[in-house]
Design a protein around this ligand. Structure first.
Ligand SMILES: Cc1ncc(C[n+]2csc(CCOP(=O)(O)OP(=O)(O)O)c2C)c(N)n1
Ligand SMILES: [Mg+2]
Length: 347
């Protein structure tokens, strides 16, 4: 079974056929701008010395993250990683909480206990990543196994990078998901670099999605800079899983447009590569599409842009007002009680 390479999305009609109306289209744009805005401001906070550690950005991955996040159903679950701020934003995480998290403040989702993008809101169906990669794939697979055993019509989405695809837990998860035909979608953010390691040193097949055939399910490669194509493919894979059709491996091809994190200037990435991929910047590409195909007016655009700016300014202030955690609360939240787990996503 050869991997399928997804076509780009062209017309408004095609988009309507996959279930998005004009309001959805504008919401996608807002989510992409918010994602980029959070990451650009995070970079500034880092330079101001307000962030301990580093700041991870997914510049270039906004379309891939928002596309998949938009395709998930309200009761679906996911394990987004450090390039997937767009997933948190799409599912409704408030930007001020992201800044508070990075600044180590009480208002962050981990209450200042963990740093950077090691955060998620379980009530929104997102489960916090641990640093070890791709250790969340077995978690996503396990959630899908639970859904199947209980007969829930829910789907788990697990993210991984092309570099971490080389590790055993990626293989074990996909093998088990294939054997048990679990309702899980594996999303590979293939941004062509794993820190300084290029793809030719990470895998020897043409596409990571080629591997899906060996696990007995479908592999699809999609241009990760085309948010609508990502949405269409993710939606198809998620609904197929929901209907009992088993897993899909969806590979979103992008370029990591910045360093591994903001402390890394990516000197090892050829300049021409950045120039080539900058020409298909996902946010700009979608903005142009909205003007050309969905009749987005300049007024609508500036309304969205200023609303996003306002949200970000308020978010920075609110995060800055959030105190550092009280050291006496250190051991709190380590063990979950039954009440803590009383969310729609733990039932
Ligand atoms: C098991 C493990 N080894 C090493 C690391 C350190 N590390 C963090 S991100 C990263 C690169 C991962 O590359 P890739 O999977 O392509 O994801 P990307 O960062 O490019 O999104 C490495 C080596 C880790 N987090 N986990
Ligand atoms: Mg990578």
């Amino acid at each position: 079974m050869a991997v399928r390479e997804a076509e780009p999305v062209g017309s408004l009609q095609e988009v309507k056929e996959v279930g998005l109306d004009r309001e959805d289209l504008l919401a996608i744009y807002r989510h992409m701008l918010l994602t980029r805005g959070i990451e650009e401001r995070g970079h500034i906070l880092y330079k101001q010395g307000k962030i301990p550690g580093s700041f991870y950005t997914g510049r270039g991955n906004e379309g891939a993250a928002v596309g998949v996040g938009t395709a998930m159903g309200p009761n679906d679950v996911g394990t987004p990683l450090h390039r997937d701020m767009g997933v948190h934003v799409t599912r409704g995480v408030e930007p001020w909480r992201v800044f508070a998290q990075y600044m180590g403040r009480e208002g962050g989702p981990t209450g200042g206990r963990d740093g950077n993008v090691h955060m998620a809101n379980a009530e929104l169906g997102l489960h916090t990543m641990v640093s070890h990669l791709p250790a969340m794939l077995p978690v996503a697979t396990g959630m899908a196994l639970a859904f199947k055993i209980r007969g829930d019509r829910r789907v788990a989405v697990g993210w991984f990078g092309e570099g971490s695809a080389a590790r055993g837990d990626a293989h074990e998860s996909m093998n088990m998901a294939g054997v048990r035909q679990l309702p899980v979608v594996f999303v590979c953010d293939n941004n062509q670099w794993a820190y300084s390691t290029p793809t030719y040193l990470s895998y020897s097949v043409e596409h990571i999605a080629d591997r899906a055939a060996a696990y007995g399910f479908e592999g699809v490669v999609v241009d990760g800079t085309d948010v609508l194509a990502v949405y269409r493919e993710a939606r198809r894979a998620i609904e197929k899983a929901r209907e009992g059709g088993g897993p899909t491996l969806l590979e979103c091809l992008t370029l990591r447009m910045e360093g591994h994190a903001v402390h890394d200037d990516a000197f090892y990435v050829p300049k021409e590569m950045f120039e080539q991929w900058a020409a298909q910047d996902p946010v700009e590409r979608y903005r142009t599409w909205l003007h050309n195909h969905a009749g987005m007016t300049d007024d609508e655009e500036s309304e969205i842009t200023s609303a996003v700016k306002r949200i970000l300014i308020e978010a920075l202030d609110r995060a800055d007002e959030s105190p550092l955690p009280d050291p006496s609360s250190l051991a709190g939240g380590v063990f979950a009680s039954f009440e803590d787990l009383d969310t729609p996503h733990h039932k």
